[in-house]
Design a protein around this ligand. Structure first.
Ligand code: 13P
Ligand code: ZN
Length: 269
């Protein structure tokens, strides 16, 4: 079967990276059934032939008007599709969409009419925000990391930046590679525009945000980086839990040492 990826090595590489990360999410145990979703902004590797492609679906509403997305193209995981299937067959479990000129609707153009993730309002709002800031970020990931989610079931950890400092203090990598920390969004209805709006508001301060008792969203230049930040944060959560299960409260790196690390590596916080 003909694919939009044929003779488009840059696009094929980006989709291959999504598939690779989808496999990691499944291996990590973060992707039960259809849990989690990935979208990437592929507009800069789209050519005139793709721009001229006819839609293969009806027009769908996003639920929000996102002015920076006019004419943009995204590869999206399909709703109700499994990460472990996306890993093996990305074009059967995801699709390429085009945002229409009203900036509030989209159509599917390739390869199959796979309806995008139910969290599209959040994903597209994140992309719209990332364009508005000139960040150059192209990837958005939502996943269900076990230990990080478990920590949101303790009210104390929902206080602003409590988890950020705790997780930073478990291992220097987390301070260095997740330098803006972890924002927390109080529980909201999955797939809702309200959740999308809260997510975007949190992105002004953080690159990774936690949806209380649900999962995290991470944004970055590419999907590997977005995955790595969540992986690093969850590693810290695992170290914390390992210490607790050995029967003690971990000491954690001192605030002074965390500040020194921030200065030494010129970190944003
Ligand atoms: P989708 O299958 O629609 O992507 O939903 C999975 C999910 O994690 C919802 O929050
Ligand atoms: Zn989810």
């Amino acid at each position: 079967m003909k694919s939009i990826l044929d003779n488009r090595p840059q696009l094929a590489k980006q989709v291959a990276n999504v598939a690779e990360v989808a496999g990691y999410l499944w291996q990590k145990g973060w992707a039960e059934r259809n849990g989690g979703n990935i979208t990437i902004n592929i507009t800069d590797v789209i050519d005139d032939e793709v721009r001229a492609m006819k839609p293969i679906s009806e027009v769908f509403e996003i639920g929000k008007t996102l002015p920076n997305l006019k004419g943009c193209y995204f590869f999206c995981k399909g709703t109700n599709r499994r990460m472990r299937d996306l890993a093996r067959w990305p074009m059967e479990n995801g699709s390429v969409i085009r945002i229409l000129d009203d900036c509030s609707s989209y159509e599917i153009i390739a390869d199959n009419p796979v309806k995008p993730t139910s969290e599209l309002p959040s994903h597209l709002s994140m992309h719209d925000y990332m364009i508005s800031t000139g960040s150059g970020y192209k990837a958005a990931l939502h996943t269900h990391p076990i230990e990080l989610i478990a920590m949101t079931h303790k009210p104390e950890f929902l206080e602003k930046d409590k988890l950020t400092y705790l997780l930073w203090s478990m291992i220097p990598e987390t301070r260095a590679f997740c330098p803006k920390g972890l924002g927390i969004i109080p529980y909201k209805m999955p797939s809702s525009v309200e959740l999308a709006d809260a997510t975007v508001a949190a992105l002004s301060e953080y690159d990774v945000v936690m949806w209380e008792k649900h999962g995290v969203c991470s944004v970055s230049s590419d999907i590997m980086e977005a995955f790595d930040m969540v992986d690093t944060l969850n590693k810290s959560a695992l170290i914390y839990i390992a210490a607790k299960s050995m029967g003690y409260e971990p000491t954690g790196t001192s605030m002074e040492d965390m500040i020194a690390l921030g200065k030494a590596f010129n970190l944003p916080k």
